[in-house]
Design a protein around this ligand. Structure first.
Ligand SMILES: N[C@H](CCC[C@H](N)C(=O)O)C(=O)O
Length: 271
């Protein structure tokens, strides 16, 4: 039996397994089965807690997509894991270690959690893209959408700015764009438009997971891309299907993401 916690950030949902004792060592087939929405528990990502390396950070978080494959980053999941681990003790600040680095997380008085998601990587080979080009003007098209911005937040993101994000046929263009030959590791795809009040509307097609209610690392990529394009001045409220996140790309280069976390239920998975 594997105990798990189900949580979500703006409807982007996670199965979280505490394997800090190293007792479970879930294999790929098990990860896939747990994430399966029809036969398993169902989630957008499976998050496994491990012991932090050499005392760096308070907990190590591993992120798996629904196919069981490991990915580098998960913003909404980081907030949930930070809240879960904070609830074990008395601290309102801790470091969540990931393969992409240690993410400093703090709980705010209104119960939202802020995570320092680190610095974006913006060189073409850091995204990675298949050939050299300006990441502010990527050679990718799905008619009538073109000229996206590429940002790596630990994981790869391609951000299209459009007049009306609501009108984009995400189910059709998402899988095509995710698998564009320009993307050797594929990518998460975001479509963004600017609202009259200056906030941004973002819809996401996540690599492997498909359309999700929200994507935290995607929102980080969007504030960076929108700043580089001159659409916002380093800060933005971003409205996703599941609600809003507040983003800031600080002058020191770090991206700070703030948003809610929600506990759903606890259970046990029978192997
Ligand atoms: N939901 C996550 C992102 C998962 C990214 C994953 N789909 C990938 O392949 O990189 C977030 O809140 O950042």
């Amino acid at each position: 039996m594997i105990p798990f916690v189900k949580m979500h950030g703006l409807g982007n949902d996670f199965v979280i397994v505490d394997d800090r004792d190293g007792a479970f060592a879930l294999d790929r087939a098990t990860r896939q089965a747990m994430a399966d929405r029809r036969r398993g528990i169902g989630c957008d990502q499976l998050l496994v807690l491990e012991k932090p390396n050499n005392g760096h950070g308070d907990v190590f978080m591993r992120v798996y997509n629904p196919d069981g494959g490991e990915v580098e980053a998960c913003g909404n999941g980081t907030r949930c894991v930070a809240a879960l681990v904070m609830d074990e003790g008395t601290k309102d600040a801790l470091g969540v270690e990931t393969v992409a680095g240690i993410l400093a997380s703090t709980r705010n008085p209104d119960d939202t959690v802020s995570v320092d998601m680190g610095e974006p990587r913006l060189r073409w080979d850091q995204i990675p893209l298949a050939r050299e080009m300006d990441t502010l003007s990527v050679d990718m098209t799905y008619i009538p959408y073109s000229d996206p911005v590429a940002v790596n937040m630990g994981n790869p993101h391609i951000v299209f700015f459009v007049d009306d994000a609501e009108a984009v046929p995400l189910e059709e263009c998402g899988p095509v764009l995710e698998n564009d030959p320009l993307l050797p590791e594929r990518a998460n795809i975001e479509f963004v438009s600017k609202n009259p009040d200056g906030s941004l509307r973002m819809r996401v097609w996540e690599r492997t997971a498909g359309i999700t209610q929200a994507c935290g690392s995607g929102a980080c990529a969007v504030v960076v891309a929108a700043t580089r394009r001159g659409l916002v001045d380093r800060k933005a409220r971003i409205h996703l299907d599941g609600g809003a996140l507040d983003l800031e790309w600080r002058e020191d280069g770090h991206v700070i993401m703030t948003g809610p976390t929600a506990f759903s239920f606890r259970g046990e998975w029978m192997q």
